[in-house]
Design a protein around this ligand. Sequence first.
Ligand code: ATP
Ligand code: MG
Length: 312
Amino acid sequence: MPEFIARHRVVEIGLDRIIDTVNNEIDEFGVSTIEMFYVHKTEEMCCILEAPSQEAIKNHYTNAGLVCGYIAPIERIDTKIGEKSERLRAIGELAARLAHDLRNPLSVIKNTVEIMESKQVLHIEEKIIYYGRLRRAIDRISHQIEDVLDFVRPTQMKFQKYLLNDIINSALEKIVRPDDVEVILPTTFVYCICDQTKIEIVLANLIMNSIQAMSGTGTIKIVLSDTPNDVVIQVSDTGCGIPENILPKIFEPLFTTKQTGTGLGLASCKKIIEQHGGLISATSRENQGTTFTIILPKQFVSKKIEKLVASN
Ligand SMILES: Nc1ncnc2c1ncn2[C@@H]1O[C@H](COP(=O)(O)OP(=O)(O)OP(=O)(O)O)[C@@H](O)[C@H]1O
Ligand SMILES: [Mg+2]
């Protein structure tokens, strides 16, 4: 049976007369009251009714000597359908973004190949230019695909004890860094039980963002600390900083301020750190720089490992 909402102004009609219209049993018009609640702000009594039609509700009230000014059907939201369509919407948005982002480097590849084909001889200078262009376009495509996969791929975590300093070095090895960007490495050696590949992805994302925020010159400082309960990793840069109004959005999937960004880097970082039971946050000052802080609780990971050992 369809559901409707009817609203009554209490000051005009009086509470008693409204309550008189409440009927749990279905009346001669096929109407029954399911619920009533008072809305302070508008001073209205709202009735949720089951009825065959809006007309039937009007008759129900007329019969009780009341005129109801507002009756409207209720669209009940099925939460499962809601969740599913939310997921589908997110996937659609992601696919549209990916298709859009891949179009540019793909057309660069297509045009470059066409130019190369049209030339009978390629001089060494031309080769350097064209192959460089192709490589950059291919790198962009693979970066975008990796970003999406890091974010959507469900993966099993592999926790082991690692020296975080080694993970930092291996993340740095995979990144092309401008000569004038200096990296200050941690002065302390800190071990951590974590998933090495995942933490490397996090660090690579943070370092890449720092490099991109610096237009070629600046300093990235990575600090490690070992407290009784947590391991803390801090990545600071002297880049452009993040405006206050966008700072709360940076961990949202698909949020980007870059022409060629997918906006999944920090969302993946957050997901990975949460899978370690940890927290990631950012502080920033415009035109001065940004600091990302990761807190990895030791307790969480050792509990996970205890559970694994117990189940094996
Ligand atoms: N170190 C930083 N300095 C300044 N802005 C930053 C920094 N790190 C992140 N941001 C801001 O946060 C946004 C989101 O970052 P995120 O890494 O999620 O996506 P992206 O870098 O834009 O794209 P992708 O990482 O997918 O290539 C960036 O577009 C940028 O505006
Ligand atoms: Mg990024």
